[in-house]
Design a binder for this molecule. Structure first.
Ligand code: FAD
Ligand code: NDP
Length: 514
């Protein structure tokens, strides 16, 4: 069958593609766009990438590579690591290292090292595109029609025609609405990694990944840090795990303004930022919606960072000229299982596509698979189920599969079994570190071999641990597989395969001994 179809398809393809300079034009040179472009080029296609970074309201701007490389995963993980090193220095004294009493980090050195690394990645991406004969245009793209893209830079304009267009334009941080002074005086994750000077006393507003991770590394770097959360932390995560993450941040010195909503930000005469907020009334969950206390709270900070979610930049793209439909609420591009939009030949991948997890490996994989389907005869679709993720707070939270809440709602409590344990990482013993929040939860079916539905791991190196166990989940592992796996001693990951206490038993899940 494939033999009959392919010659026909390639003749047809050749005739059609003569009308276009490119077989594929990707708008957006971030994780998804670059992966898609490089993969298409591997198959001998004529490929172009258009990438343009609109400066943040505070003027931050960066190079090729998108969010992950410039203002996301990469600088964030390095800041997180820098903060963990601080904790490591404190531990080192317990292990006998003779170190100065006060170890301090120099923000400008740290930030400049990070910038150097990011710039080397920007350069690396440009070289890779060149090596693969992918044409790079540092222009802002928009549609003239479904095959014609207009690129604009400060001084030039180009018109490119492509048979297939992939939208991979990502998202940008939101500012809160109706908070006077928010844009004028606040920064976002687009700015924090590019600050030349320490942000000093910082208020981080939000309860998602970005807020918690940022509060975690700022505190770990020794800064006075406050987190303002209007509802819960880490919505969508297992809430028992999320609440342990909050407790651990509190214990590390992050101050919480829980149930609070910012009202305004003003600059004081001394040049500091005066933030005013109101607090939610102490009422039940259902009543919570708009019950706010009359009294306002106020405090001064040096920096206010908004981490209140991300928004699309699709308005710039003139999508209506290609007939590409978006979700009116989210602004994200509506796509089918094959990533095709409402306009045949136009596709969307990564953060901008509706309903996709906003994660780098997801964007990369979706981009590669799309190029393989378009140009290499593949039929493999991206599988968006059981995508693992890790929140890089000082105590990391790794998660894959169903939360306890979701499993209970989907299957009923009688049909699931939850195995759990509080454990103490061996490394914590010498410095006598608090391990109260090191917790593991595995959600399984209750019957038969007890197929695993979800794994949640809170502790050091959760990203590394969860990556391995995500494979097990993908392979359909059960609790009995977990039990029959040999451990690696002494590690934190082995605590997962040693789990034996069920929540249902009501027994103390604290691991004792070796
Ligand atoms: P992006 O990487 O955002 O790339 C889009 C590109 O398109 C950008 O360069 C943009 O400037 C450009 N563009 C936009 N409009 C146009 C236009 N009209 N013309 C030309 N170019 C345009 N994910 C993880 O998996 N792990 C993490 O640890 C992690 N940490 C994160 C930390 C932070 C602070 C943030 C904000 C995100 C983090 N993420 C993390 C999420 C991850 O960065 C994104 O999911 C990923 O970068 C999305 O890739 P993308 O290709 O969809 O878009
Ligand atoms: P999220 O959507 O995860 O969180 C936004 C937070 O802001 C929520 O707590 C929300 O509260 C709160 N919020 C929204 N509006 C307001 C407001 N007006 N005032 C106060 N609080 C408000 O967004 P993030 O930017 O944190 O993360 C975006 C995505 O980026 C993540 O979903 C993740 O996929 C990706 N990411 C991944 C990381 C990783 O892999 N380690 C790290 C960072 C980001 P409420 O719940 O009440 O709506």
């Amino acid at each position: 069958m494939a033999r009959l179809v392919r010659p026909f398809r390639s003749r047809w393809y050749h005739r059609v593609s003569e009308k276009y300079e490119y077989d594929l034009l990707v708008i957006g040179g971030g994780s998804g766009g670059l992966a898609c472009a490089k993969e298409a080029a591997q198959h001998g296609k004529r490929v172009a990438v258009m990438d343009y970074v609109k400066p943040s309201p505070q003027g931050s701007v960066w190079g090729l590579g998108g969010t992950c490389v410039n203002v996301g995963c990469v600088p964030k993980k390095l800041m997180h690591h820098a903060a963990l090193l601080g904790a490591g220095v404190r531990d080192a004294r317990s292990y006998g290292w003779d170190l100065p009493a006060e170890a301090k980090v120099d923000w400008s050195t740290l930030a400049s090292k990070l910038r150097d690394h990011v710039r080397s990645l920007n350069w690396g991406h440009r070289v890779q595109l060149q090596d693969k004969h992918v044409k790079y245009f540092n222009f802002r793209g928009s549609f003239l029609d479904k095959h014609t893209i207009r690129g604009v830079s400060s001084s030039k304009e180009v018109l490119l025609r492509a048979e297939n267009v992939v939208l991979a334009v990502g998202l940008r941080p939101k500012y809160p609405e109706n908070v006077p002074g928010a844009v004028e005086h606040g920064i976002t994750s687009d700015d924090i990694f590019w600050l030349q000077k320490s942000p000093e006393k910082t208020l981080v507003v939000g309860g998602g990944y970005v807020a918690l991770e940022t509060a975690g590394f700022l505190r770990g770097l020794g800064l006075d840090t406050t987190l303002m959360v209007r509802s819960c932390c880490l919505r969508g995560f297992d809430q028992e795990m999320a609440s342990l993450v909050s407790t651990s941040l509190r214990e590390k010195g992050v101050q919480f303004l829980s149930g609070c909503q910012p009202q305004r930000v003003q600059r004081s005469q001394e040049g500091r930022l005066q933030v005013t907020w109101r607090r939610r009334k102490d009422v039940s969950e259902e009543e919570q919606k708009d019950e706010w206390d009359e009294n306002e709270g106020q405090e001064e900070f040096d920096t206010v960072m908004w981490a209140v979610g991300r928004q699309t930049v699709t308005d710039d793209l003139q999508l209506e000229k290609a007939g590409v439909q978006t979700n009116a609420m989210t602004g994200k591009v509506l796509v089918g299982l094959d990533d095709q939009t409402s306009c045949p030949g136009v596709y969307a991948i990564g953060d901008v596509a509706e309903g996709r997890p906003e994660l780098t490996p997801v964007a990369i994989k979706a981009g590669r698979l799309l190029a393989q389907r378009l140009f290499a005869g593949s039929t493999t679709m991206m599988d968006y189920t059981n995508v693992p993720t890790t929140v890089f707070t000082p105590l990391e939270l790794g998660s894959v599969g169903l939360t306890e809440e979701k499993a209970t709602a989907l299957l009923s409590p009688d049909l699931i079994e939850v195995y759990h344990a509080y454990y103490k990482p061996l490394e914590y013993s010498v410095p006598n570190r608090n391990s109260n929040q090191c917790y593991i939860k595995v959600v399984c079916e209750r019957e038969g071999k007890q197929r695993i539905l979800g794994i949640h791991f809170l502790g050091p190196n959760a990203g590394e641990v969860t990556q391995g166990f995500a494979l097990a989940l993908r392979c359909g592992a059960s609790y009995s597989d977990l039990k029959s796996t040999c451990g690696i001693h002494p590690t934190c990951a082995e605590e997962l395969i040693k789990l034996q206490i069920t929540k249902r038993s009501g027994k103390d899940p604290t691991v004792t001994g070796c």
